[in-house]
Design a protein around this ligand. Structure first.
Ligand SMILES: *[C@@H]1O[C@H](CO)[C@@H](O)[C@H](O)[C@H]1NC(C)=O
Ligand SMILES: *[C@@H]1O[C@H](CO)[C@@H](O)[C@H](O)[C@H]1NC(C)=O
Ligand SMILES: *[C@@H]1O[C@H](CO)[C@@H](O)[C@H](O)[C@H]1NC(C)=O
Ligand SMILES: *[C@@H]1O[C@H](CO)[C@@H](O)[C@H](O)[C@H]1NC(C)=O
Ligand SMILES: *[C@@H]1O[C@H](CO)[C@@H](O)[C@H](O)[C@H]1NC(C)=O
Ligand SMILES: *[C@@H]1O[C@H](CO)[C@@H](O)[C@H](O)[C@H]1NC(C)=O
Length: 505
């Protein structure tokens, strides 16, 4: 099939998903689609005899990767979807957003995504009824962390905007981790005084991790997701990447179900449900992504979640989403993450956990996929990370077509040393030639097994007509390449025992 020109049926301006909630959150061996096909195949066999059997067995689809799924969407399935009742017309629009720390001029430049501070204000401006925010912690003002610096202003503007919206009777619901990382912050008291509903989720007692997600659902139809917490430093001092999706109620209402899991766990005397009630189930996942048009582009998208205990039926686990995107790559995997450890980070004794490491090695070795890993390097970087990075890079053998490159991204501290826990690349994304993955997790075991996070997987096909908008994965690739080739991305030094994360330039 021509990858550029989608079938005309794909151009219907509908956002639909099939109605099959009956899947476990565990990694299914076969998608329901292939299960159904198998059953149909067997019935036909009984009726039509041996010749048909041979033919059909050849036709029975194997478990598919998510992008094969994109390639195989048939006109019939689109017609079936359009025939459903209760259809909802969305016109989803995806915008990549990012934050470039101050005084990092050459890291901005072209290409660039929409500045996060501007994007957040714009998203708040569209709010008419409700804003639901999940954030690890809040510190939107300088005084929250005892810092007097003009770069806290954009964060303070966001806090002010939220107060204004509350005063206009817009609902604000906040789920955040307990105990709070920013104990001196008064943001949530200020907002509660204006009517915000706040639930502090003692995630450690439920899963042993923290509530580490960072996303908003606005009016049940717009979404923000990305690496940024509700922290003024995320707008001016920390490098962040995320996405905003406008006018996409199907996806927004699906992400809202994850918000509701936090809401339940933040209630007094909450217990972690053994199985989540049916209305928390997701119908949008790795095997049945939302299929519709974003900006005229055929798009597939879904949200994953972690940890498994917070994945009701039908919700793809975050680790499975990451692995599926890696396994689908045939040309390249570029990942930009804050931290990379093929181990646990918080459990004692630590466990070796080579799941993502193996997947990258397998892609590079087995399929000759070009792998690039850009990891953050800052004052708080644990130097025990470097042996793992060197080990991964060590399998690179360009003459054999095995290409694995690792670099660290250093944000110079410059004259901002008065601001603690800033000046780092906090990105958590991955891009292949097929899909973009925008997540909230560091890459080590705990983030997938006990810490709560979400991931957005998007795959778009360029429209047949020139519209000027490029597929999300192509936009994200360009942002990655910009960072990768910037002066702040530094190769691993083969000699030094630990990498020096102090900017020397
Ligand atoms: C919180 O405030 C106390 C007292 O002012 C101070 O000692 C402490 O360092 C502050 N903590 C943070 C994280 O800012
Ligand atoms: C913050 O710094 C500015 C200028 O550097 C100064 O004018 C102001 O008084 C300071 N505010 C506080 C609360 O210290
Ligand atoms: C969302 O849809 C509304 C009406 O359907 C439209 O006015 C608005 O411009 C859309 N917003 C975006 C960002 O596309
Ligand atoms: C499921 O239904 C219950 C009871 O009506 C409601 O309180 C809860 O918010 C619903 N959950 C979701 C995710 O819709
Ligand atoms: C900090 O450094 C930048 C350039 O590196 C400069 O433009 C800015 O004026 C400096 N700010 C202060 C307060 O010294
Ligand atoms: C990710 O890793 C960093 C570095 O160890 C750690 O400080 C941070 O708390 C972790 N989570 C976030 C905020 O991404």
């Amino acid at each position: 099939m021509d990858a550029k020109a989608g079938p005309p049926e794909l151009l219907a301006p509908l956002c639909r998903t099939a109605e099959d909630p009956e899947w476990p959150c565990s990694r299914p061996r076969r998608s329901p689609c292939s299960r159904t096909s198998t059953v149909l195949g067997m019935l036909a066999v009984l009726g039509l005899g041996l010749v048909t059997l041979t033919y059909l067995l050849w036709q029975v689809p194997l478990p598919r990767t998510w992008h094969q799924h994109l390639e195989e969407v048939s006109p019939e399935s689109w017609e079936a979807l359009e025939g459903e009742s209760g259809q909802q017309r969305d016109s989803c629009q995806l915008v990549l957003v990012e934050s470039i720390p101050q005084d990092l001029p050459s890291a901005a430049g072209s290409p660039s995504a929409q500045p996060l501070a501007q994007a957040w204000l714009q998203l708040l401006d569209t709010a008419q009824e409700s804003i639901h925010v999940a954030s690890y912690y809040w510190s939107l003002t300088g005084p929250d962390i005892g810092v007097n610096d003009s770069s806290s202003q954009p964060g303070e503007a966001i806090l002010q905007k939220l107060q204004q919206l509350l005063d206009k009777d817009i609902t604000l619901m906040v789920a955040t981790n307990s105990p709070s990382l920013s104990r001196n912050s008064t943001d949530l008291q200020v907002l509660a005084a204006h009517g915000a509903q706040v639930r502090q989720v003692p995630m450690r007692q439920f899963t042993g991790g923290v509530l580490h997600s960072k996303f908003w659902v606005v009016d049940g139809r717009h979404i923000y997701v990305g690496s940024a917490n509700m922290d003024w430093r995320s707008l001016t001092q920390v490098k962040e990447l995320g996405a905003i999706i406008y006018n996409c109620s199907r996806l927004a209402q699906d992400l809202e179900k994850t918000f509701q899991t936090y809401w339940v766990l933040g209630a007094p005397q909450a217990v972690l449900p053994k199985t989540w009630p049916q209305n928390f189930s997701s119908h949008i996942n790795r095997f049945q992504p939302l299929r519709c048009h974003f900006d005229g582009m055929p798009t597939m998208a879904y949200f994953s979640a972690s940890p498994p205990a917070l994945c009701p039926r039908g919700r793809t686990q975050d680790l499975d989403a990451v692995l599926a995107v890696m396994e689908g790559a045939r040309e390249f995997i570029f990942a930009s993450v804050m931290e990379y450890f093929p181990t646990t980070r918080f459990s004692h004794p630590a466990r070796y956990w080579p799941v993502l490491d193996n997947a990258l090695r397998e892609a590079a070795f087995g399929r000759r996929v070009r792998v690039r890993l850009l990891v953050s390097c800052g004052l708080s970087t644990d130097p025990t990370m470097f042996p793992y990075l060197r080990s991964l890079q060590a399998i690179s053998n360009p003459s054999a077509g095995i290409s694995v490159d690792v670099k660290v991204f250093i944000v110079p501290v410059g004259n901002h040393s008065n601001i603690p826990f800033s000046r780092v690349n906090h990105n958590k994304f991955m891009v292949t030639e097929k899909a973009a993955y925008i997540g909230t997790s560091n890459w080590s075991e705990d983030y997938f097994s006990s810490t709560s996070g979400v991931g957005l997987v998007v795959s778009q096909r360029a429209p047949s007509a020139q519209t000027g908008v490029q597929p999300a994965q192509e936009q994200l690739r360009q942002l990655f390449e910009r960072d990768w080739s910037s002066r702040y991305a530094v190769g691993l030094d083969g000699q030094a025992p630990g990498q020096d994360c102090v900017w020397q330039g």
